[in-house]
Design a binder for this molecule. Sequence first.
Ligand SMILES: Cc1cn([C@H]2C[C@H](O)[C@@H](COP(=O)(O)OP(=O)(O)OP(=O)(O)O)O2)c(=O)[nH]c1=O
Length: 200
Amino acid sequence: MTHSNKPTIYLASASPRRGQLLTQVGIPFERLACDIDETPHEGEAPAHYVVRLAREKAAAALARLAQSGAETRLVLAADTTVTLDGEILGKPADAAEARAMLSRLSGKRHQAMTGVAVAGQGRIETALSISDVTFRPLEPAEIDAYVASGEPMDKAGAYGLQGLGSVLVAEMRGSFSGVIGLPLSETVELLRRMGYPFWG
Ligand SMILES: Cc1cn([C@H]2C[C@H](O)[C@@H](COP(=O)(O)OP(=O)(O)OP(=O)(O)O)O2)c(=O)[nH]c1=O
């Protein structure tokens, strides 16, 4: 697929995965860093949380673009979290927290959720992807070894389904791209709704 006839979108994300996924389906993008407060609201449901954060990231990026006078096209943002029994497991703060998260996920099914937002032309549209992921029972020594690999540290729930973390997962039902940070079919659908010429 060539990039030549497609407009560049702004990706309001520092996540390397989100960029790789867009490249995988031939969507050219420019990155735009945006820092927002990612603290969940008191009692906020995980599905609400990821969509709210995606919306806030996109809105913050759009506001920055407007300030810089840049021509605004479409801004894309997303947020991924892992939830176990209704509780939000974000990115671990340190190795001890990564070990604790992986011990909780061991032998159980959890949900991986990604909220996506596309903003531009005075509108903002959102989507939500929810997948079920089941971990096989993990031995303490393999949790230690996995944490020592460093892979868990920048990932929600302390694992990467796309990497070494794949050996911990017995089953996944849902969207692979959604679990790892950007559900591609929902994202392309949102972009097309905003007038993006995905198929040319
Ligand atoms: C569950 C899971 C998460 N992840 C990653 C995707 C996200 O990058 C990260 C969750 O953190 P997010 O806060 O969604 O994203 P981010 O901080 O990496 O980037 P930004 O806010 O700038 O867009 O976890 C994987 O890479 N693989 C997985 O299997």
